[in-house]
Design a protein. Structure first.
Length: 296
């Protein structure tokens, strides 16, 4: 699906925009399911296994930061991952065997929906090699006002910056870090049905949504099958035990078969410990860990 030029751009810059990766029918069904889930949150008064609520959430005005693990909430989110144009993009970038790490639907409520401070995904979940990426499906048009994803081109080839504050993992970089080149940031706006991809080591973040509509982006984090997670990160599968982990791994396979021969490469790693007081989401990690904002 990707051209050689697109694959080369991703290799050089650590990000990519792919337009019209979803069909109109696929996009419409995802929108319907998502807005129905948001509507169902009206009766929710505190964070659950499905919903992370934003400030000001109420029955009259539902405001969410995130729908957690959407592929486990509705099977269509999983189907899109495993049988659509998205699958072919992943095949082009990761090869014939790839595994889902996790997924979330960042809804970013209108009128100030929470920012995601600058970070590298790799800081949250280091692996045995860095053939790891995240991609976002835009379920609505994403404009500058809606708090789009911002990335720093080429940062995936640089250092892993500290994501600690006062000795605690806060899930964000210090805006004054000399290796944080905010002036080089690129903003990824696009129309509904488009897909952004960024390498796990690419520095990225997003400002608050100051528009009057939600910013709906469906994010999946994916690893090539021979990239195995390193113990000490926060993912649920570290607590499963050997047999349950293997069964869970098989259920997360997107392309090909699970791999039991990890590729070990010389990659920079700083473990995300000790954890922030509340590490239940990136929003809670950054807030409770005292992360400094680059969007202030």
């Amino acid at each position: 699906m990707l051209t050689p030029e697109q694959k080369g751009f991703y290799d050089d810059n650590g990000y990519l925009m792919v337009e019209d990766v979803l069909t109109s029918d696929e996009l419409m069904k995802l929108q319907e399911i998502t807005y129905d889930l948001i509507d169902q949150s009206r009766d929710v008064t505190e964070n659950t296994d499905v919903y992370d609520l934003d400030k000001g959430h109420s029955r009259e005005t539902p405001r969410l930061t995130r729908i957690k693990l959407p592929h486990k909430v509705d099977p269509y989110y999983d189907q899109i991952l495993k049988n659509s144009g998205v699958t072919e993009v992943l095949r082009d970038l990761l090869g014939d065997s790839a595994t889902l790490l996790t997924a979330k639907l960042n809804t970013k409520a209108p009128g100030g929906g929470a920012a995601v401070e600058w970070h590298q995904d790799w800081a949250f979940y280091p692996h045995t090699n860095d053939n790891v990426l995240a991609f976002g499906l835009m379920l609505e048009d994403v404009t500058e006002e809606r708090g789009p994803l911002k990335v720093i081109p080429g940062s995936h080839k640089g250092p892993i910056l500290s994501h600690h504050n006062n000795g605690v993992f806060c899930g964000a970089v210090d805006p004054d870090d000399p290796d944080f080149h905010h002036d080089k940031a690129v903003t990824l706006t696009g129309k509904a049905g488009s897909m952004t991809v960024h390498h796990a080591r690419t520095l990225h973040g997003s400002a608050p949504n100051v528009s009057d509509r939600a910013r709906l982006i469906l994010f999946y984090e994916i690893a090539r099958a021979d990239a195995w997670p390193i113990l000490g990160a926060g993912s649920y599968y570290h607590a499963l035990g050997q047999r349950k982990f293997w069964e869970d791994l098989k259920s997360r396979q997107i392309i090909g078969e699970p791999c039991n021969e990890p590729l070990l490469e010389n990659v920079p790693v700083r473990m995300p410990v000790p954890p922030a007081p509340d590490s239940s989401s990136i929003f809670k990690t950054q807030a409770s860990g005292g992360a400094r904002s680059a969007f202030a």
